[in-house]
Design a binder for this molecule. Sequence first.
Ligand SMILES: [Zn+2]
Ligand SMILES: [Zn+2]
Length: 263
Amino acid sequence: MIVEQVWTGNVYRNFNYLIACPETGDALAIDPLDFRKCLDVARDRDWNITQVLNTHEHGDHTGGNKGIVSATRAKVIAHSNAKGRIPGMTVGVGAGDIIKVGKTVELQCLDTPGHTMSHICLLSMTDQPALFSGDTLFNAGAGNCHNGGHPEELFETFERQLENLGDDTLIYPGHDYLLNNLAFTLDREPGNTVAGQMQSDYENQDPENALVTTLATERDINTFFRLQNPGVVARLAEQFPEMGDSPDARAVFLKLRELRNNW
Ligand SMILES: [Zn+2]
Ligand SMILES: [Zn+2]
């Protein structure tokens, strides 16, 4: 499996992805908003984009479908429930479905509601797994729930699915929000030395060549994976005494999501 992260350079800071089979050159484009740039990358690498996968229905993820399809006639794959909300969608998928790219690449669909209720993450079936996490999981952060989502569902997705993935899983999110999110982590947990170090190391990073984290790193720097961390809990309990001294993971997650909305 070859992964190309495509930085769009837009104000929303979207990342698009091309995943290619090294044997056949067939490629899958994930959320190819900047379709011209994706087509250019494919042409330079001699790849043939045969499929598009939209992680969810928002325009900054689906806006490039038309451009890709008219140039390549690729199929457009998305969550079954997104049918009618994504123009030109041709294939609906759900939990456990496998998307094949060429001869060698297999990607498993995870049904990951929360950011929206028809959101798919893709998990590669490779020796070192990779998660294409759309707007569900960001580096050091979690998706918002403002446009068709629900924080309770997002918590369930984290708790029941993302928490179970291996430490070595590579994380490929739909946006570059690393620095903003690290600042939020440090606001919640000022003593987090890993997040502090990363903030200074990557303050001037070039998103064309962005850091790719693993889930192990996310467990250190992502507040939404640190729901029972004593520092995170103590700070919340101090600010919101009504939560008590030992709030459960769900209560902490929901409070963090709410704080992040207004942060
Ligand atoms: Zn979105
Ligand atoms: Zn987005």
